[in-house]
Design a binder for this molecule. Structure first.
Ligand code: AMP
Length: 215
């Protein structure tokens, strides 16, 4: 299964990507996580990425495409992958098509999680994340022990770009840059728009039913 998960910030695509990756036994590749790791490691890519991430803007296409190209060279994607948060611009989408064409494979499906804007802001303010990739929400999906990750026990943190101002900017960026990506895949006949406005369980059910219909 080769899949792309699209959706505005806090649509729940990261949660679904991690869940589906386990289920299908294929890697979930999150460009956001890749950049956060690079920021922590203070690499040159990390330094560039931080400037844009802190403002809710997209990291430049050339940097992002190169990072994904490198990731897709690893052998663990042989049986498939789930791209979470990539592509986010038309340039990235056409670059991905070229990368896959070269490897003589194609995407099976692009899922887009749809959530109303007011709900996205509420989710962002309460979101807490762990370095291991796990995500929680202070009221909707709290960890068993406050502030600690259920999976690895590390301290949870509030992302710097989950404040109301930065979320508003990220949503604007999404509408301007990423909405056209949906049209790109709609034309290819592989886009499925799904309701992501309910609980995690609800979204999981919606996603699973959509994938069952494909197979
Ligand atoms: P995410 O964790 O997917 O919400 O991504 C967090 C931030 O990382 C975004 O707001 C962007 O600044 C940056 N980022 C992640 N993926 C991409 C991408 N495909 N293109 C450009 N910037 C990205």
């Amino acid at each position: 299964m080769r899949m792309v998960l699209l959706g505005p910030p806090n649509s729940g695509k990261g949660t679904q990507a991690v869940r589906l990756a386990k289920r299908y036994g294929i890697p979930a590749i999150s460009t956001g996580d890749m950049f956060r790791q690079a920021v922590r490691a203070r690499t040159p890519v990390g330094r560039t990425a931080k400037e844009y991430m802190d403002q809710g803007l997209l990291v430049p296409d050339d940097v992002t495409i190169e990072a994904v190209k490198e990731r897709l060279r690893k052998p663990d994607i042989r049986d498939g992958f789930i791209l979470d948060g990539f592509p986010r611009s038309l340039e990235q989408a056409t670059a991905l098509t070229a990368i896959l064409q070269e490897a003589e494979v194609r995407l099976d499906v692009v899922l887009s999680l749809e959530v109303p804007e007011d709900l996205l802001v509420k989710r962002a303010i309460g979101r807490r994340v762990c370095k291991c990739g796990a995500t929680y929400h202070v009221t909707n999906d709290p960890p068993k022990v406050e502030g600690k990750c259920d999976t690895c026990g590390q301290q949870l943190f509030h992302r710097r770009d989950d404040t109301a101002e930065v979320v508003a900017e990220r949503l604007k960026t999404y509408v301007e840059k990423t909405e056209p990506v949906k049209e790109y895949y709609r034309r290819q006949g592989i886009l499925l728009e799904l309701d992501g406005s309910g609980s995690i369980e609800h979204s999981s059910g919606v996603v699973d039913r959509a994938l069952e219909m494909l197979s």
